[in-house]
Design a protein around this ligand. Structure first.
Ligand code: FES
Length: 572
């Protein structure tokens, strides 16, 4: 792209009052005049925050991106945006994904930026940055912060999140001492980086790579491995070239790229959260993608990657050493469309020679860990617009099950009654949680993997069918039906379920049904009253008024689509 066409020349390229204002104040940072000579200005969009431990090292990563940008003749400018951390932010980080995406979108469009490097890590930081950048549609490249080193507790690998769910159930079942549980805290999180299981952060970093929006090996290089810095440096070099080539996001994120991502997600046993985020990306871009595409494209695919929570022992560090996403893409062969990626080569060119160094971690297509591992999309009178389940993280015998509903009206009800000895529940029951969807909570929290009642844990029961309009942490597991749409708070059939109703789950038939007559459901609907509004003002009111349902990506209705990066009016 010629200098005169760069967006940044509209700020820095004029010898007048406005140009003076744009340059002079920037020079207080010690930038020499030649940096304003019309070279590409590269924004480094940083979600660094000490409140988001998974992203706390991203300023060091940004420094390496800057080196690469300077080396390629660009002018890097780092800027902060709202960072969303899963572990501290309440009521749930997902509530703020769309807000952060607006921060990103407006920060890019309103500033002298020609291309952008997106630095992210923790679960929602990746989708929020990509959503905002998509709506501007400038050249962009994602650099993930990378996973933590493997957790290790008393000589055994323990995985972020997954170990917490396992050990906390063990404490409640009386199988683990509380002191041991507390000791495991430091053993699990022992380096910079995000969760090192195939949770949502690793899944979204993998999706970035599979979509072609990151350089090869973006997903798995540990955060503290020197090769993470090399990747960041190379991303800085490459984004300058991308600006010259005018290689915008919409040229990379085509329908085929989404199909690739959906298939890779099945092969790696990725998080159900990817469904919601990929749907939101596609809708921002105007790419046709539906919930049913996830099932149609990938349900027959095998699980190839043996990472927690789908597998018993390996973690992201092992995945990188075994060959990472390039080895998985190579294994998928013709199932992967040969489309362009940010490095200017196609995904198959990038992975044609990708080696696998450990077949225990990355299995061959002919020797999968499990068959039919893709996320299954369920329909039925309990989920007219769909629901999802991750079969590879479920108990095989429960994938076809008929059981009596035990209903919790909201999460407070769940917490108050789960462990009551008098709770009428057994191993055949189906736990149902209402009020945890996008509008109902609000923000669709990761509550879908409801804790099992203590009295069942003490009997050695380790899984029940659980159904809700919530999401589930990508690090979690179980026979958990999620994202039921429409959600209960807007009067979806989930709202009408009562204790004792029979529920039928048949994953092979893709069915989720409430075994109650239409007449009775109509009577219940007439009697149903919507819950009181969860917010009267502020951001939560904006959220509840505009958030779409899970099967539409839970974006805001007014954010769908590309708005581009036209030059806004002068500010003075
Ligand atoms: Fe941040 Fe898991 S808590 S990635």
């Amino acid at each position: 792209m010629s200098k005169s066409k760069l967006r940044s020349t509209n700020w820095f390229g004029h010898a007048d009052k406005d140009g003076f204002i744009h340059r002079s104040w920037m020079k207080n940072q010690g930038f020499p005049p030649h940096l304003f000579d019309g070279r590409p200005v590269i924004g480094i969009c940083n979600t660094w925050s000490e409140l988001v431990p998974c992203n706390a090292h991203l300023r060091q990563i940004a420094d390496r991106v800057k080196r690469g940008v300077y080396e390629a003749g660009g002018f890097p400018l780092e800027f902060p945006v709202m960072a969303l951390g899963e572990t501290n932010l309440r009521p749930t980080a997902m509530l703020f994904r769309n807000l952060a995406s607006m921060d990103v979108e407006e920060s890019i469009r309103g500033n002298p930026i020609d291309g952008v490097v997106l630095l992210c890590g923790c679960d929602k930081t990746t989708p929020s940055l990509l959503l905002g950048a998509i709506s501007c549609d400038l050249p962009a490249i994602v650099v993930s912060g990378g996973p933590m080193l493997n957790g290790n507790f008393r000589g055994q690998p323990i995985g972020s999140g997954t170990a917490v769910w396992q050990m906390s159930e063990d404490v409640r079942a009386g199988k683990m001492a509380l002191a041991d549980f507390m000791e495991a805290e430091t053993c699990m999180s022992r380096s910079a980086g995000h969760c090192m299981t195939m949770g949502t952060a690793s899944t979204m970093a993998s999706m970035v790579e599979a979509l072609g929006m990151g350089l090869p090996h973006n997903a798995a290089i540990p955060a503290v491995d020197s090769r993470r810095y090399v990747l960041a440096h190379n991303a800085g070099r490459r984004i300058v070239e991308m600006v010259h080539e005018d290689l915008k996001i919409s040229k990379i994120l085509v329908r085929e790229a989404f199909e690739n991502a959906i298939r890779v997600n099945a092969a790696i046993g990725g998080s159900t959260n990817a469904v919601i985020h990929l749907l939101a990306f596609a809708r921002r871009l105007g790419v046709e993608l539906s919930l049913d595409d996830f099932d149609r494209l990938a349900h027959e695919l095998p699980l190839l990657v043996d990472l927690m929570p789908s597998g018993p022992k390996f973690l992201m560090e092992d995945f990188y050493y075994a060959g990472g996403i390039p080895a998985v893409v190579r294994e998928l062969g013709d199932l992967i469309h040969d489309v362009l990626t940010v490095n200017g080569k196609t995904i198959r060119a990038n992975t044609a020679e990708a080696p696998c160094w450990n077949r225990e971690v990355i299995h061959a297509m002919g020797d999968p860990i499990k068959t039919h591992a893709g996320i299954a999309v369920l329909h039925g009178n309990l989920a007219p617009n769909g629901a999802v389940i991750k079969p590879c993280a479920a108990t095989a015998r429960l994938l076809k099950h008929r059981g009596r509903a035990v209903v919790f009206e909201n999460v407070e009800d769940l917490k108050a009654r789960t462990d009551l000895p008098e709770l009428d529940i057994d191993e055949n029951s189906v736990m149902v949680l209402k009020g945890a969807g996008p509008k109902g909570y609000p923000g669709m929290p990761e509550l879908g993997n409801m804790p099992l009642p203590r009295k069942l844990l003490e009997r050695g029961i380790t899984d029940l069918v659980r159904i809700s309009d919530a999401r589930m942490s990508g690090t979690a597991y179980g026979t958990v039906v999620l994202h039921v749409s429409p959600e209960s708070a807007v009067g979806g059939p989930l709202a009408l379920v009562r204790d004792g109703d029979m529920i039928e789950l048949d994953v092979e038939a893709r069915r989720l049904d409430l075994c109650v007559s239409d007449d009775e459901l109509a009577r219940r609907r007439t009697a149903w009253t919507p819950p009181p509004p969860v917010a009267q003002s502020g951001y939560q009111k904006l959220y509840v008024d505009h958030v779409l349902q899970a099967d539409q990506g839970a974006d805001f209705d007014f954010l769908v689509g590309i708005r581009g990066a036209g030059i806004p009016r002068e500010s003075h």
